[in-house]
Each structure stands twice: as structure tokens, then as C-alpha cells.
Design a protein. Structure first.
Length: 94
């Protein structure tokens, strides 16, 4: 799989974090990931950091050591993954 997050951060995004976008009508942060050139919706979150962590979990699930993440964490614990509902690559492609 190609790691589409390597493309970078959109200029019109108000977040400085990868895979995180503010959705004004919902007043929430959206976590998303690009896989093989297709956008993958992860979920909506109350905080920017939660969305960024969800992005990082998904990126590591799909891309392993080549994942481009927001945080320099060698691994994300099972507890954190479960709290975001990330038990495997069962996210919605959009």
C-alpha cells in the first residue's frame, strides 16, 4: 500500500497535525488517512489531539514502520487502540 499521508498537509487546513481537519458545522475534529490514493475516514473527535492519535494508530496499522505520524511514539498501546475503536483495519473508506 502506498502511504498517501506522505503528500503533506493541505494549505487550507487549520490544524498543524497530519490527518486532522476541523469540521466547523459539527464543531469537531475529523481524523482521516490516505491509503492507495483513497481517502479513509476514521472518526470525529472532540479534540485535535484525539484525532491525531487516531490518525497515528491507523497509520501504524496500515503502514507499520513506514507510517508518517504526528507523534514520535515507538508503539501505541492496546488500551489506546481500543479506546479509539481501532482493532484492525476496519475503518470506512470514503
Amino acid at each position: 500500500m502506498k502511504n498517501s499521508v506522505a503528500i503533506g498537509i493541505s494549505e487550507d487546513n487549520i490544524s498543524w497535525l497530519r490527518g486532522v481537519t476541523w469540521v466547523a458545522p459539527m464543531s469537531k475534529w475529523k481524523a482521516h488517512l490516505g491509503v492507495d490514493g483513497k481517502p479513509m475516514f476514521l472518526d470525529y473527535f472532540a479534540t485535535e489531539i484525539e484525532a491525531a492519535l487516531a490518525h497515528d494508530v491507523a497509520a501504524r496499522e496500515f503502514f507499520g514502520d513506514s507510517a508518517i505520524c504526528n507523534f514520535d511514539l515507538p508503539s501505541i498501546s492496546t488500551e489506546i487502540r481500543k479506546s479509539f475503536g481501532c482493532h484492525g483495519p476496519g475503518f470506512m473508506l470514503g
